[in-house]
Ligand binder design. Structure first.
Ligand SMILES: C[S@@+](CC[C@H](N)C(=O)[O-])C[C@H]1O[C@@H](n2cnc3c(N)ncnc32)[C@H](O)[C@@H]1O
Length: 223
């Protein structure tokens, strides 16, 4: 099945609300567990979460790494409004968690080069108009030796298989969320495509691993 691109930003309020209200506790916990598993000695002070959406992972990273300041970025104002309200509810973390608007691929890097000891991203790659923009951004933002972890969906073999995944994992969610999930699966990349993207940018030292029936990760230390 060929890839079907979807809207880049989740800037429509009802889609952003549907996403923020859905239960992603399992994949988000998996993301956090994978980060500590792949980088058990991580003690960096600056973490960047690209395409942070409602900032659930951003906040959980700040909880898990009390020495770190965590910055989440997203191009969608609707998502950032939700993220800011959530951060306000976690007052004890508020001085270490920040979110800001950045439309990757359209706007210049607001952080300067090599500023972060970890650069992470969950479920952003399949949204990108040009996936290479994400890898270039990670390369630009990560300090030498920085921890990199990207997790995203894998495009299924067929639309029917994608619909089955939606039923299995989002059968009880709202119609808006189910439609967004299906579109995301159809827009996702396959591990072999990701490896080609990385090799084309000389980032082939990062590794890929399939971690569930619908997720893969790219991880490693930035050279
Ligand atoms: C599926 S959500 C994932 C949110 C969050 N990382 C999570 O795991 O819950 C993808 C997010 O990426 C954002 N996004 C998509 N393309 C982007 C781009 N080019 N620059 C910045 N953000 C982007 C969307 O607005 C959306 O909030």
């Amino acid at each position: 099945m060929n890839r079907v691109p979807e809207e880049e930003l989740m800037d429509v309020q009802r889609n952003a609300q549907a996403y923020a209200g859905a239960d992603f506790s399992e994949p988000n916990a998996k993301f956090l567990a994978l980060f500590s598993d792949k980088f058990p000695a991580f003690h960096g002070q600056q973490i960047l979460d690209l395409g942070c959406g409602p900032a659930d992972i951003t906040i959980q990273l700040a909880r898990r790494y009390p020495q770190a300041r965590v910055v989440g970025t997203d191009g969608a104002g609707a998502m950032l409004d939700i993220a800011r309200k959530t951060i306000l509810r976690h007052a004890s973390l508020a001085n270490r968690v920040d979110v800001r608007r950045w439309h990757i691929g359209r706007e210049a890097n607001p952080f300067g080069s090599n500023a972060f000891h970890a650069v992470v991203s969950n479920s952003l790659l399949h949204h990108m108009r040009d996936p290479l923009d994400l890898w270039r951004t990670i390369h630009a933002c990560a300090a030498p030796g920085a921890a990199v972890l990207v997790m995203d969906l894998i495009r299924p073999q067929s639309r029917i298989e994608a619909e089955k995944i939606v039923e299995t994992y989002a059968g009880k969610e709202t119609e808006v969320l189910r439609a967004d999930f299906l579109n995301s699966l159809l827009a996702a990349y396959r591990p072999v495509e990701i490896m080609e993207q990385l090799v084309s940018l000389n980032m082939g030292s990062l590794q890929t691993e399939t971690v569930s029936d619908r997720h893969f990760i790219v991880f490693g230390s930035m050279s």
